[in-house]
Structures are given as C-alpha cells and as structure tokens.
Design a protein around this ligand. Structure first.
Ligand code: HH2
Length: 263
C-alpha cells in the first residue's frame, strides 16, 4: 500500500463540528498547525467557515480576518498550505499569503470568480462532491447509485475546471464524505472508493470524526478516533492518496503500521 499524505485540519472557527472555538485565536491556530506538522502532516488545511450541516455563513471580511494570518503564520513551515474556502477573495488572499492548494467544497460552484482565480494562479484545486449546500444537504439525500452519481458529478466538475484553464494535473477529487449523504451512502462510497480512481486523479478523503461513525456505533464527535482510523486505513487501501484528518499523529501511526503489514 502506498502511504497517503496526511492533510491536518486547522479550523479557525467558533462552530466547527468537532473542534469549534479551540483555534479561533490566530496564535492558537498557528501553534496547532505546527503541532500537526511535527506529527507528520504534509499538508495543512486552514478554514474559517464551518461546513457542518446547518452552519451559518460567514462574511468575506470575517473569513479573511480568521484565515489570512494563520496561512501567513504557517506557510513555509514544512507543510503545503491548503485553504478550505468557497470564496474567491479568501482563496486569493490565502494564495498571496503562501497557500498552494484551494480546497473548495462547492467544487467551483460557490463563487463565479473561483475557477479563473485558480487557473491564473496555477493553484492545486480540490473538487469535492456535495449534494445541495451545507444548510440543506442532510435533508433526505437521494441517489440512483451513490458511487456512480458522485463519479459523474466529479467528472463533470473536472471538465468545467479544465475548460476554465485549470491544468488536469492540478486537480484532486473528493467524494465528500458527510456532505449530502446518509450513513449508508458514506459507507458505500468508502467500500467502493476504488471505482473513483477510474477518474484518473488523486483522491482526497475526509472521514475524520464524522457523524457516519456515530451512526455506526453511537459515539459523539469527540469519541470517534477509532472509527476515524478504521475508515482512514481502509480508504488508503482502496487508493486514497490524501487523508484529511484532525488526529494526525494517531492516523499516521495507523498508516505506518498498515503499510508495514501490507508492504
Ligand atoms: N470535510 C469538512 C470540511 N472540509 N474538505 C474536503 N475536501 N473534504 C472533506 O471531507 C471536508 C472538507 C468537515 O470537517 P471539519 O472541517 O472538521 O468541520 P467543519 O466544516 O464543521 O469546520
């Protein structure tokens, strides 16, 4: 098994579902990012707006105020910086401050300026599947075949990105675990993740602490490390190349051991 890269999560928000409020202060967020790099994160994903179901939207000014100093503080510190935003103005400021990756959970649908910005700047772009928006996505999501539908969506968004001038080599794809999916949809996507490799681009997967784990065993967000590790290892076995996780040290150890066993 090829060991995946770990993308450590730095949420500069008051309301993220598992760590909201812990790193709202830029100094605390930067210190946390440094810890994640020391623990083995090759990428840090810095976000200033929660995407949890029902989350309120944040203004551009507020999101910039949260994200920009943290990107500036962590850029050049040993990990590539990703900015978790769907706003072009925030992505632009983050790229100016040293970010290299734009992680847009709307897959370039949220802001008409985003695709051109990423193309112009030669940024890496994460295109993620989401049914609906964070406000609405958990109200009875319905698919034909969830894997086929997610795959078709990602193929279509990749075409849009390429048409906008984003080089295919700069695109990563993400099934969007927890974004407009029932627990069963998430489990099926993880079980059949390898089918998404047919799209030909690296897969990024984020299962960390998500509610599908709690649906399986009744755990709360703070008690899902075991489920995060199990789902992360299996995603890597199925071909995920980047794992977006909060618990970098623990998931990293699990990966190293899994990799040593599987060779
Ligand atoms: N998950 C979350 C946020 N951003 N980006 C990608 N590409 N893939 C994901 O699975 C993903 C993501 C949700 O996790 P978190 O950031 O911890 O929570 P919140 O959105 O409440 O801040």
């Amino acid at each position: 098994m090829a060991l995946p890269k770990l993308m450590g999560v730095v949420n500069v928000t008051p309301d993220s579902f598992s760590d909201g409020g812990l790193y709202l202060d830029p100094e605390a967020a930067i210190a946390h990012g440094e810890e994640l790099v020391a623990a083995g994160a090759e990428i840090l994903d810095i976000g200033g707006e929660s995407t949890r179901p029902g989350a309120e939207q944040v203004s551009v000014e507020e999101e910039l105020r949260r994200v920009e100093p943290v990107v500036a503080g962590l850029a050049g510190g040993g990990a590539a910086i990703s900015v978790d935003t769907s706003k072009a103005a925030v992505a632009e400021a983050a790229l100016d401050a040293g970010a290299e990756i734009v992680n847009d959970v709307t897959a370039l649908r949220g802001d008409a300026e985003m695709a051109a910005l990423c193309a112009d700047r030669g940024a890496m772009v994460v295109l993620m599947h989401m049914l609906g928006s964070p406000r609405t996505m958990q109200s009875e999501p319905v698919y034909g075949d969830v894997v086929d539908d997610v795959k078709a969506f990602l193929a279509a968004r990749m075409e849009v990105a390429i048409a906008a001038g984003i080089a295919e080599e700069r695109i990563w794809l993400d099934p969007g675990i927890g974004f407009g999916k029932t627990a069963e949809h998430n489990l099926e996507l993880l079980r059949r993740l390898s089918e998404l490799r047919e799209l030909g681009r690296p897969l990024l997967v984020g299962t960390s602490r998500k509610s599908f784990i709690g649906r399986v065993d009744g755990s709360d967000a703070g008690e899902r490390l075991g489920g995060t590790i199990a789902s992360s290892v299996l995603a890597a076995v199925e071909g995920a190349e980047v794992l977006r996780v909060h618990d970098v040290a623990e998931v990293g150890q699990a990966m190293t051991v899994a990799g040593a066993i599987l060779g």
